[in-house]
Design a binder for this molecule. Sequence first.
Ligand code: NAP
Ligand code: G4F
Length: 326
Amino acid sequence: MAETKQRRALITGISGQDGYYLTRFLLERNYEIHGIVSCRAPGIGEAGERLYYADLSDGSNLGQILDKANPDEVYNLAAQSHVRLSFDLPQYTANVTGIGVLRMLDAIREYQQRAGKQVRFYQASSSEMFGKVVESPQTESTPFYPRSPYACAKVYGYWQTINYRESYDMFAVNGILFNHESPKRGEAFVTRKISKAVARIKLGLQDKLSLGNIDAQRDWGFAGDFVEAMWLMLQRDVPEDYVVATGQVHSVRDFLDASFGHVGLDWADLVETDQNMFRPAEVDILCGDASKAREKLNWQPKVSFEELARMMVDHDLELARQEAGQ
Ligand code: NAP
Ligand code: G4F
């Protein structure tokens, strides 16, 4: 029987939430994983054999990394991904989250010529691009109305991905992913901020939780489900862009209900408002229509909103117990 060649994936942003789940997903499929970590990662100069230091604000070593990794698939997950922070760091966010995509695409275009092979490229595009939504639910053909420097940068990356696909016949796709969360979610994002606070309040390690706009509504899914869709997009014969979403909308208040309720607490007296958490321009509501992903990729989410909240709180309870020495 002919042996199938082991495929190689290069993941930027491998240390982030999605990098964690995608790495595990691809390892289960026998991929050889190579990852790019930023200069903020610990152990500078001591990265393992398949980890490379690079910064998407500086394209100088991306070509060398591609030569070493020799990937069949590249997943571009690296970004300054915090929307609120992007208002404080708009130029940095444009450079990394926007022009960083161009740097990756260009490095891959040149690498393909050197190596004489085609690479499949996934760009982590975002539902934030729909911003002040012009229709609901949002599909692949809904016009964008970005409401933050982050969203503007993502729109730039989205169009460069299409531009390189059409100009240079590259297999480059955008996954337009709606919010997805997990126990690996960064602690500055609202769901994780809540689940961590629930656990610490329950164990007496914290008194209050400060939040911004709790009326905001999102289409929240589980990151472990969403990384499968990234991979499926790269397995198609034709490169196309896909919305990935659950189609279910919940408010931050709903997440408070589900997570505090899971440990038998009422959040009404425990949550206070912090004006610093409000954004100069807010995205009030997002709701995705993932019909195309369902039909063409045979993809669907498995974890419900309530299960997600419970999973995150249970994980943070374990961390809080360790913190409390229990
Ligand atoms: P995340 O946890 O914030 O991870 C971002 C990753 O990017 C981290 O590994 C980070 O490494 C790296 N990074 C940041 N700045 C960098 C730079 N200048 N050069 C190189 N690497 C850099 O994000 P995530 O939730 O996994 O999301 C993955 C991608 O999907 C991001 O592009 C995000 O914008 C996009 N997205 C996310 C969602 C969502 O709901 N999670 C939805 C739609 C799109 P360091 O920590 O070392 O800086
Ligand atoms: O958790 P968030 O910070 O996520 P946001 O802004 O929706 O962005 C996330 O999802 C995008 C996909 O649509 C990604 F592209 C992006 O990279 C990121 O992963 O905030 C969610 C909502 C917002 O409306 C925010 O105003 O929660 C509201 N919120 C209320 N209080 C808060 C807080 N958000 C944060 N981060 N912290 C608060 O204290």
